[in-house]
Design a protein around this ligand. Structure first.
Ligand SMILES: *Cc1c(COP(=O)(O)O)cnc(C)c1O
Length: 338
């Protein structure tokens, strides 16, 4: 797979570590059903506190810089990690950044509206446009881009989660990185597990696996945003578009994408008991931080599946930690002990 023809902005520093969850595994004991659990630390990165959006932004901002853009605009929820990392990466690359943020999560406490990612978006110098929950933020972003262009600015608009086919290439590259690391570690992962929001992480991994001649169904996700069938259809479409962008004439079968919708709870950004248990368990046994919106729910799903015997004895599962830690400060109330 040749990705070198796509320009990349330097926002990551080499492969993120893969390591086993020894203390969590000891804690789970018989509940593990013989599964070997590993994590990939995509929550660690050199810009803006890190997270999965950096891999997408490498390609998105790489192209924006090649097009001599001076401004980037993107969209997201009030506590969007993607918006925070776009603001940070734009600052790093010397571009102006504007964010169209929607009140799509039913919360209005001070932590949610002012702390976590919202605080950081301001610190990274982004210009913020706040919209009601039902607003078409991408249309508003495009209208603003047209206005700025009429003033002579060179503007790039990134979609929600940065999950255009170009952005998804970040996770196609990650699939290759995982295969190479697994080879070096002498491991063969039976499953690579990720959260699914705007579907680009799963889609990129599936496309990358297919391009590398591996079974795309190795990647699997837990949706935290769209209902299961919709998330699956979106992921398949994005994986196909990404594979087409990579080139080589490969295709993806209809059954190559597995998405589980059982751990989303009442809706996007709404905490679940499983999420709280997963976040606490990882923090207390491993000293690692999941987030309340994405990785906490996905890891809750993985724990559930491990405990109920979905995996064969001895199978090796890789969970990709995707970041989102600032969200913990926005959801402070949900983790308070008293
Ligand atoms: C955006 C995000 C995800 C989901 O990635 P998608 O590519 O949008 O599906 C997962 N975890 C965190 C922390 C995120 O910010």
């Amino acid at each position: 797979m040749v990705l070198t023809r796509f320009p990349r902005a330097p926002l990551t520093e080499g492969p993120t570590p893969i390591r086993s969850l020894d203390r969590l595994s000891t804690h789970l004991g018989a509940e593990l059903n013989g599964v070997r659990l590993f994590v990939k630390r995509d929550d660690v990165g050199p810009v803006g506190l890190g997270g999965n959006k950096l891999r997408k932004l490498e390609f998105l901002l790489g192209q924006a810089l090649a097009d001599r853009a001076d401004t980037v605009i993107t969209v997201g929820a009030l506590q969007s990690n993607h918006a925070r990392l776009t603001a940070a990466a734009a600052a790093r690359m010397g571009l102006a950044c504007e964010l169209f943020l929607t009140r799509s999560v039913p919360r209005d406490d001070a932590d949610y509206t002012g702390n976590g990612n919202r605080l950081l978006q301001d610190l990274f110098g982004a210009r913020i446009h706040l919209l009601p929950g039902e607003a078409d933020s991408l249309a508003e972003a495009e209208a603003r881009a047209d206005m700025l262009r009429s003033q002579g600015r060179r503007v790039c608009v990134f979609p929600s989660g940065g999950s255009s086919p170009l952005g998804c290439l970040g996770y196609a590259a990650c699939a290759l990185e995982i295969l190479e690391q697994a080879g070096n570690l002498g491991l063969s992962f039976a499953r690579i597990v990720v959260p699914n929001g705007s579907s680009g992480t799963h889609a990129g991994l599936a496309a990358g696996l297919a391009a590398a001649g591996r079974d795309p169904v190795l990647a699997q996700s837990y949706t935290v945003l769209a209902p299961e069938a919709e998330a699956r259809a979106t992921t398949l479409a994005k994986a196909r578009d990404t594979l087409a962008l990579i080139g080589g004439g490969l295709t993806l079968a209809d059954d190559s994408i597995r998405v589980d919708g059982a751990h989303r709870g009442p809706g996007y950004g709404v905490p679940t008991e499983g999420m709280r248990e997963a976040v606490r368990l990882m923090a207390r046994t491993e000293g690692l931080l999941l987030d309340p919106v994405y990785s906490g729910k996905a890891f809750a799903g993985l724990l559930h599946d491990v405990r109920t015997g979905t995996y064969a004895w001895g199978e090796t599962v890789l969970f990709v930690m995707t970041g989102g830690v600032p969200g913990l400060f926005a959801y402070r109330q949900d983790f308070a002990e008293v």
